[in-house]
Design a protein. Structure first.
Length: 484
């Protein structure tokens, strides 16, 4: 900067053209003259494509250099010689705008050359949507959370907006819903965006104007109003303008009408420091609609989950919770609503599981009562029976419940029970002390399971096992009846 100001005695860059454009995504091409070129080490007379990154200072520029939380513009510089320079970044140092980028193709760009400057206005229009929406968000936060909310930082680029603010606890879901609703109401009201440089003292007297605490503002300062004209703000000191509209000091580029924002969708609310929260949101037809569509896609998966039961539902709930936690591009409100839906499904699942368990236990007991009569009536020391608790039941639990009843009714008998109605083949054998030596529960279940490809374990008095194929029930029963 000293080199530019003192050594080269160059006037600072005139960047007033940054405000002359059509916020729907168009703008003029402007002529300018190269005043200086920086190659990363020194100021030079020319630069070619051999230099990976260089900085160009012009006498005037329509680019917005990064500042105030708004990202830089990108552009194409084209010299009269035909040499092109792609601007990928723009930074401002003590009034000088440095156009950072590189020469593309053959030839050199030289100090003193005249060139044309064409900003990527389509990209800037996306940034502008997010910047104006940030002002509206600031207003909505005060309306919902109260006047003590202060801006702590912001970042707006073409893809999103990020806003940091003072608040000592997480914002409640219903508060977030109201904030988003107010933002979209402001957008739908088709407010014009007014801006003008105003003497600082007069600007600070505007009733309800919001300024960043501790920030030093230039004099005059640029006032940006969403709705009321600057003349009305300055001429009417009795109306609390800030209670109805967003009014701030700002040097950024904005839309001309709130309808250009199209839609505002909250994505993230999180804490970043003690007493500081962060909100991330998107705007515009593409980003906002994509966030909404992603939410609808996940909604459809939640709807599908309602058709599931048992372990399948449990797994789907877990998978959806993970997806919602990882996806940062889904509407925050939709995400929270879906998590509530999943909680309700979980509660329903637990309730249904308890009811199903009660019903299964009831059936197992009934089966046990019936088998008890058969066991007492059968001849010989051993009894083999089948427990049927119906589809979806836990075969292992069913044979266990039934066994307790049968063993009490016929304590002198060796008992072998099997169940396959739930989708697996489960077996359980019990041998009383008087019969151990003559029979072994472990050998009994092993004989039945080995015959059908199952596995089990236990001791001589009690043993159990399973086979994944329920169709092997009759084979297992035949082997059990043939024991010892």
């Amino acid at each position: 900067v000293d080199k530019l100001m003192k050594g080269m005695q160059l006037a600072v860059t005139d960047d007033s053209l940054k405000y002359t454009w059509d916020s729907k995504g168009d703008g003029d091409e402007y002529d300018a003259t190269i005043l200086a070129i920086y190659n990363g080490k020194d100021f030079v007379d020319e630069v070619t494509s051999s230099v990976e990154t260089a900085g160009v200072v012009l006498d005037r520029t329509p680019l917005y250099a990064e500042q105030g939380g708004q990202i830089y513009d990108t552009a194409l510089l084209k010299a009269e010689s035909g040499v092109e320079f792609s601007v990928d970044d723009a930074q401002k140092y003590a009034g000088y705008v440095l156009h950072v980028g590189s020469v593309s193709g053959a030839g050199a760009m030289k100090v003193g050359e005249k060139l044309s400057v064409k900003v990527d206005y389509t990209r800037r229009s996306l940034v502008a949507k997010n910047h104006t929406a940030t002002h509206i968000l600031n207003y909505a936060l005060r309306m919902v959370l109260g006047p003590k909310v202060d801006q702590k930082g912001s970042l707006v680029d073409e893809g999103k907006l990020r806003f940091d603010f003072s608040h000592n606890k997480p914002v409640e879901v219903e508060e977030m819903r109201k904030i988003e609703e107010i933002c979209n109401q402001q957008i739908q009201k088709a407010f014009a965006i007014h801006h003008r440089d105003v003497p600082l003292a007069k600007a600070e007297a505007i009733n309800g104007l919001r300024a960043v605490f501790g920030e030093k503002y230039p004099d005059p300062v640029r006032v940006v109003s969403v709705g009321p004209s600057i003349d009305n703000l300055l001429g009417d000191g009795s109306t609390a303008w800030g209670a109805q509209h967003s009014i701030e000091f700002c040097g950024g580029t904005h839309v001309q009408n709130t309808t250009e924002i199209y839609k505002f969708v909250l994505l993230i609310e999180e804490g970043i420091a003690k007493g500081v929260r962060r909100i991330v949101a998107v705007t515009g037809p593409q980003a906002a609609v994509e966030a909404t569509l992603k939410g609808k896609h996940l909604y459809s998966e939640v709807d599908e989950a309602r058709t599931l039961k048992g372990a399948l539902l449990e797994k789907r709930i877990g998978d959806l919770r993970k997806a919602l936690g990882e996806d940062k591009e889904v509407s925050y409100i939709a995400k929270k609503d879906m998590l509530v839906e999943l909680d309700n499904l979980k509660v329903g699942q637990v309730k249904a599981g308890k009811e199903a368990a009660k019903e299964m236990e009831k059936k197992a007991r009934q089966s046990g009562e019936e088998l008890s009569e058969e066991a007492k009536a059968c001849a010989g020391d051993a009894f083999v029976g089948v427990v049927d608790c119906g589809a979806g039941s836990d075969d292992g639990k069913c044979v266990g419940i039934a066994m307790d009843i049968v063993a009490k009714a016929a304590p002198e008998k060796a008992i072998f029970l099997a169940s396959s109605a739930g989708g697996k083949l489960a077996v359980l054998a019990l041998v009383p002390k008087a019969l151990i030596g003559k029979m072994s529960a472990k050998a009994w279940t092993s004989k039945a399971l080995d015959n059908v490809g199952g596995k089990g374990g236990g001791k001589d008095d009690r043993a159990q096992g399973q086979c994944p194929d329920p169709s092997k029930l009759e084979e297992a029963l035949a082997a059990a009846r043939a024991y010892p």
